[in-house]
Design a protein around this ligand. Structure first.
Ligand code: GLA
Length: 420
């Protein structure tokens, strides 16, 4: 093959490209066999924004109640969220009544959920959405509501009977590692036995890390996604901590991610109060690179057009949802710039460059194209499109070219490299 400048493209480079296609196509470890989460789950989850507000007297618009979820369901349907893929509307902690019913079943707080979870599920389904719920493997939920220990089969069946489509299973108040591990496995099998398709979202590794190293191959056989690290907060420090943890542990965690099972770095907090515009861009770009579940925790009734456009950016969502399902990784960190990359289907690559320097203005960074995608992102040449912070075509590049990019402080430039 001849390049424009007359350089011959060695045949072995093309052969490498083909080899890459074959290698990337090998599946990772075996996934939970429920046919769900073939791409990372997308939706909305109440925790970060609404937490455990149960005071509907004082704060009727932001307490955890069926009204809140019905309003969000309506907006997910009417404001374009569902159309771009946000499908699961998820309840977190604090939905329960303080006690189980006379048959040992969990029940929703009757004042805050007068129609019950089944009524809410019907409403959510009528909007073409799916409903997620929350429970805990131990004796109590993190906020002190009834735990599922000793009730796994009953609870799985109750959720299925109500028409629930996703379970977030937390790990508070569990008295031993053995109970934690057995509990997560037991609930997975119990959900499967109900015959209903229920995405199973775990926090198993997060609660294991302080005691022993999680066996991710095993976790993937039971869970559709799993939290590894601390709860996300509405702050830049929190986003940085999550990215640091992920890159520090990437050797251990990225290969296990793939269709059916994903690492979960926690909710998107875009559209809230704590992140600047550039920091919101960083969260969106890096959650796409990490093949993370995209579960927003914000108030869809009050969200800026800019945050909404970022969350609904179809090109970025397409990277997150790429069918190859390979999680990206941090390629390098130098001089306060991080470069992350992710292999995509059709031999394309996503590349994110983050400027972590919090003094000064936008910085230029130059990278050789040949160093991207394990040398194969742009063989023999490619078209580069910048997706974030704004979409624009950067044009035609050769393997031997350099790429010079300008990145705002705490911001990210997200690129897509594709065959010419
Ligand atoms: C834990 C979880 C959070 C949230 C709260 C609810 O902290 O990690 O995501 O579910 O419990 O109490």
């Amino acid at each position: 093959m001849k390049l424009e400048n007359g350089i011959q493209q060695p045949g072995f480079l093309l052969a490498l490209r083909f080899l890459a296609l074959v290698l990337w196509s090998f599946p990772g470890a075996r996934a939970l066999d429920n046919g769900l989460a073939m791409t990372p789950t997308m939706g909305w989850l109440h925790w970060e924004r609404f937490m455990c507000n149960v005071d509907c007297q004082e704060e009727p618009d932001s307490c955890i109640s069926e009204k809140l979820f019905m309003q969000m369901a309506e907006l997910m349907d009417s404001d374009g969220w569902k159309d771009v893929g946000y499908e699961y509307l998820c309840i977190d902690d604090c939905w329960m009544a303080p006690k189980r019913d006379s048959k040992g079943r969990l029940q929703a707080d009757p004042k805050r959920f007068p129609g019950g979870i089944q009524g809410l599920a019907n409403y959510v389904h009528s909007k073409g959405l799916k409903l997620g719920i929350y429970a805990d493997v131990g004796n109590k939920t993190c906020a002190g509501f009834p735990g599922s220990f000793g009730y796994y089969d009953i609870d799985a069946q109750t959720f299925a009977d109500w028409g629930v489509d996703l379970l977030k299973f937390d790990g508070c108040h569990c008295d031993s590692m053995e109970h934690l591990e057995n509990g997560y496995k037991h609930m997975s099998l119990a959900l499967n036995r109900t015959g209903r398709s229920i995405v199973y979202s775990c926090e198993w590794p997060l609660y294991m890390w302080p005691f022993r190293k999680p066996n991710y191959t095993e976790i993937r056989q039971y869970c559709n996604h799993w939290r590894n690290f601390d709860d996300v907060y509405d702050s830049w420090q929190s986003i940085k901590n999550i990215l640091d943890w992920t890159s520090s542990n990437q050797k251990r965690i990225i290969d296990v991610a793939g269709p059916g099972g994903w690492n979960d770095p926690d909710m998107l907090v875009i559209g809230n109060f704590g992140l600047s515009w550039d920091q919101q861009v960083t969260q969106m770009a890096l959650w796409a690179i990490m093949a993370a579940p995209l579960l927003m925790s914000n108030d869809l009734r009050h969200i800026s057009p800019q945050a909404k456009a970022l969350l609904q950016d179809k090109d970025v969502i397409a990277i997150n949802q790429d069918p190859l399902g390979k999680q990206g990784y941090r390629l390098r960190k130098e001089d306060n710039i991080e470069v992350w990359e992710r292999p995509l289907s059709d031999l394309a690559w996503a590349v994110a460059m983050v400027n972590l320097q919090e003094i000064g203005g936008p910085r230029f960074y130059t990278i050789s194209i040949a160093s991207l995608g394990q040398g194969m992102a742009c063989i023999p040449d490619c078209i580069i499109t910048q997706l974030l912070p704004v979409k624009r075509k950067l044009g035609f590049y050769q393997w031997t070219s350099d790429l010079k990019i300008q990145i705002n402080p705490t911001g990210t430039v997200l690129l897509r490299l594709a065959a010419n």
